[in-house]
Design a protein around this ligand. Structure first.
Ligand code: PLP
Length: 395
């Protein structure tokens, strides 16, 4: 049977589905008519092969304890081999209900309370939340932002590692929210510094399939030596829009690190979700047509945004190499943080992720999600343009 869900223009009513993106609008104080373009999920129906697999499970009617079967593991490994040129071994794979869950477990497994954990802001905010919630110390190596482009401040990275006695580094690759797909050379330099100073790397590669420019390199593919001290976090959730099914795949090549991680996981006794297993296996083994079509559509959305934003005075779009999240720079408008939030929320009537959520370095930016029907994206950008032009007039 052919793939049935390839109409990405379709507007799907997502209200009253227990969706944080839509159903928390009122609770979060957003106007009723605000467009929800914040959290990283897509407004698209996922592959019909996933629906079929889930339907089979649901019709079975027995929703019990599950495990990652051989066919599941083979499907995951085959996807990694084909899409990332990565020969991961089955014994490296550890299931987790989510990537954030896995990152929190890694923090507890490999560091002690009070130990320093490094992140590169602006970055996906749960990294810091988990460091703080687990009573570790956050060390920030801000990304450099020059001429509208982000890069890594390697000197500061190494100095912070030495001076703060950093034990663990959470890498975001590709990087949410700034959209960088790190070059192999950049990853190599990070890895070499961590190797020299015995820093464990948790590489969050959840956006690894969403590459629009450049090439994603799995961290352990940069250099085999990196397998000794790296944990690679993956999931089908961003690629196939499955976040609610809690099915992540964590790879830990080093046996000692893997055992430590498993020990930590056993303390919280996390079950796997059998619907998540079925969806992930179907996605990786049969979702290719959907994936390719989705990528084409989202790429066109990103290009559309790039052109549109050129016509919004004082707003710049940072180049999106990866992820479906677009990072917009409003600094030229010279607004205070609260003024910018007010502009977005109450004037443009948009629910975006304010840049400050991603750290101090994100202030003056907003993140907009481009994985939605083009008509919604266009409406959002029109609202943004009107709101900005309005304040420009009154300034
Ligand atoms: C970089 C990054 N890591 C992790 C997650 C969430 O992962 P999970 O839902 O598996 O916890 C997201 C979601 O937006 C993300 O952008």
């Amino acid at each position: 049977m052919a793939e049935r869900y390839l109409d990405f223009d379709e507007i799907i009513d997502r209200y009253n589905t227990n969706s944080v993106k839509y159903d928390l609008k009122e609770d979060m104080g957003y106007p009723e008519d605000a467009l929800a373009m914040w959290v990283a999920d897509m407004d698209f129906k996922s592959s019909s092969y996933i629906e079929d697999a889930l339907e089979r499970c649901i019709k079975h009617g027995v929703y019990v304890y599950g495990f990652a079967s051989e066919s599941y593991v083979n499907a995951v490994l085959a996807w990694m081999r084909k899409h990332h040129n990565w020969i991961a071994k089955s014994e490296w794979l550890v299931k987790a209900p989510g990537v954030v869950f896995a990152i929190a477990a890694a923090i507890r497994a490999y560091t002690n309370p009070g130990d320093a954990v490094l992140i590169q802001e602006p970055v996906y905010y749960p990294f810091k939340n988990e460091i703080v919630a687990n009573e570790r110390k956050t060390v920030i190596n801000n990304l450099l932002y020059e001429n509208g482009k982000y890069s890594i401040d390697f000197e500061d990275f190494e100095n912070k590692i030495i001076n703060e006695n950093v034990k663990l580094f959470i890498l975001c690759s590709p990087h949410n929210p700034v959209g960088r797909v790190w070059k192999k050379k950049e990853l190599e330099r990070l890895g070499n510094i961590c190797k020299e100073h015995e820093v464990i790397i948790v590489s969050d590669e959840i956006h690894h399939d969403l590459i629009f420019e450049g090439e994603h390199t799995v961290f352990t593919n940069v250099n085999k030596d990196f397998e000794d001290f790296s944990i690679i976090c993956t999931a089908p959730s961003k690629t196939f829009n499955l976040a609610g099914l809690c099915a992540s795949n964590v790879f830990i090549p080093n046996q000692k690190l893997r055992n430590k991680y498993k020990e930590e996981m056993s303390k919280v006794s996390a079950n796997v979700n059998i619907l998540g297993l079925a969806a992930c296996e179907a996605a990786y083994s049969k979702g290719e047509t959907w994936y390719n079509a989705m990528m084409k559509y989202v790429k066109a959305n990103i290009d559309f945004t790039k052109e549109f934003v050129k016509g919004i005075p004082g707003v710049k779009m940072v180049k999106t190499e990866g992820t479906y999240l677009i990072w917009l720079d409003f600094k030229e408008l010279g607004l205070e943080k609260a003024e910018l939030e007010n502009l977005i929320k109450n004037k443009a009537k948009l629910w975006l992720d304010g840049g400050g959520m991603f750290g101090e370095a994100g202030i003056g930016f907003q993140r907009i999600n481009a994985a939605c029907p083009r008509s919604i994206l266009e409406e959002a950008l029109k609202r943004l343009k009107m709101a900005v032009e309005e304040i420009k007039k009154t300034a």
